[in-house]
Design a protein around this ligand. Sequence first.
Ligand code: MOS
Length: 716
Amino acid sequence: MRVDAYEKVTGKALYGADRVLPNMAYAALALAKIGRGTVSDVDTSAALAVPGVLLVETRFELASPGFIMGGQFGFQSLQPMTGDHIAYRGQPIAIVVAETPVAATEAAEAITATYQEEPFALHLDSEGATTLVQEEAIPLPFLADIKLGDADAVIDSSAVQIDATYVHPPQHAVPMELNGGVVEWQGGTLIVHEGTQNANAVRFGLAQQLGIDAAKIEVRSPYVGGGFGQKNSLLVHIGPLALVSQRLGRPVKLVLTRTQTFHNGSFRPVSKQRIRLGADESGKINAVVHEVDQQTSRHDLFIAMHNETSSRLYGYSAFRGRQRLVQTDVQTPGYMRAPFESPSMFAIEQAVDELAYRVGRDPVELRLANDTENDPITGLPFSSRHIGDCLRRGAELFGWSERSPEPRSMRAEDGSLVGWGVAIGNYPASIVAAHASLAAGEDGKVTVAVDGHEMGQGIRSTIALLVARDLGIPVGDVIVRVGDTRYGPQHLTAGSWGTASALPAVHSGLQELRKLLNVAGTGDVDVAAAVADIGHAVEVSAHGLGPGQSADALGQTETGHMAIAGPVFPGFVTFSWIAHFVEVHVEPTTCRVRVPRVVSVADCGRVASPVTAASQVRGGVIWGIGAALREESLVDDRFGGFLNSTLEEYPVMVNADVGSIDVDFVDKPDYQFNPVGVKGLGEVSMVGAAAAVANAVHHATGRRHHRLPIRIEHII
Ligand code: MOS
């Protein structure tokens, strides 16, 4: 079940910009119209003449929030409207506040400026794009390229060799909830209502930007209408919004337009992936070389961690990764659901499929033959790796044994070419230090506050179910508080660590609560009676840490920083796993690709909440189909920025594009990873899905596509 379903469908769930406060004013942004250069003479006179306009500002005293991947708080280090430099098209140059959103928008449109343009670079191979070797540019140990043995030599001496280069286009997350919210000052306290995955970063980033004490900032984000990574840090509109609200002495609401979110939030950068495989004649893979060029901005180095998953996929004996960052004139790209894993799996799992054809072996059988129990890189055992079960169960549910191996050998009744493809995926399992508090009231209800954010993935449901099952009380008697800095630090919820971080903290809190209520053991609890016996409501605090993680990590999250453990732990390595089976139909005359059915089987440890877990997988698969067949952010070579920055022009999958998606789980708890046995699921659900579609398209048509998306014009 989804415990907040009723609130959501009745409109009671309040998202950031849903707040309507007394005396509220409305803001709008004006954006730079050049690809790079400097701005001068921002003319606000026409804007100020629009009836209802209260304020127009073009410059702010705001410190940089710092870059989130540099250990600070902003999606990028560059704070617009603090200087003349324009780093990318779509960078805000002014903010307008008015009595109505219409007046604010009209006034923002009326702002003009003088620009001094400079040449800009938008592609990996553009003139002026700067290529850096990541491990030299960012010398952090966890960003060093992964290397094992002499992979090049092993490949050169292998009987079967595959060498292919794949290009994954830039993509944008398009969550239903646009970026934005409401800010207000109450006395000296700044209150921010904004959909975010990281209330901590908003709070501590604003403290840094405004030079005020974080204790004077509250961030309230009980519901987020989709995050996908774009809401993982402090965005550039919030600091200016706080200052205009302060100047006016009124609450101010700002919601970015979709086009503005395409330029003032992170996106999945373009990447080029070269895969070399060396195998024997049976298809046993001996070595892999994985080389990646990934786009970043001029002002920040967004990391690449593609090797982390590709090096763990199969039991090879040698691996060499090489990751480079290419600086271009865009806002800083960032995490977007399975940020590295989905693009790199599209590459490596197509190469593995190609290998299966080269050696004449069934693609499922070949993958099973390359399975391993130990992590090839560290030599440590995987705490759980049930990818074999995922493949066998998926093949059975899909009816894979009916597949005829030859490309172009299967047809549907309407004459469409039918393709069946398979691919697997993995995603690192991490835990972030988390704080929890549990309170039992005289009414028998239990209130749980824990670090985390509800962005639709169902974390509130997993927490409520854990508590309800443990105590034997109705789910409706559990109140869950997340995403609000009044109740806890609220570390970043991303990287598929949300549930695996929150549940162990709550689990530990439940044990404390049982002690206090004098109901030790595991039986059902009459909470109201236990509280009545004690004579007053009780509250406990607890925390959760990753295996081997120092308790110092708790203090780090209290000051707004990230404290992540995994996927390599003392004595073992943990990943989540998935296998996708996809059927495509390629219509004979139009070459349109349809996806009538998918079967996906995941190993995410214990399934904490079956309904929301299955929903996560369906969402990931749908996004994988979109990545394979539709999505691409087109850049504007004339003026900079992204061209198709609306939902009309950026085609995401809709219901009519999606057939049946059968989801199943191995559902084996991983108690080495944490005492609840859960691993991450949100992102692994997408990993490999695009590759499975591409492999199915190859099976249907006999052609491999090394560039996404695969559209009609590429198939014809
Ligand atoms: Mo996610 S891309 O780790 O929010």
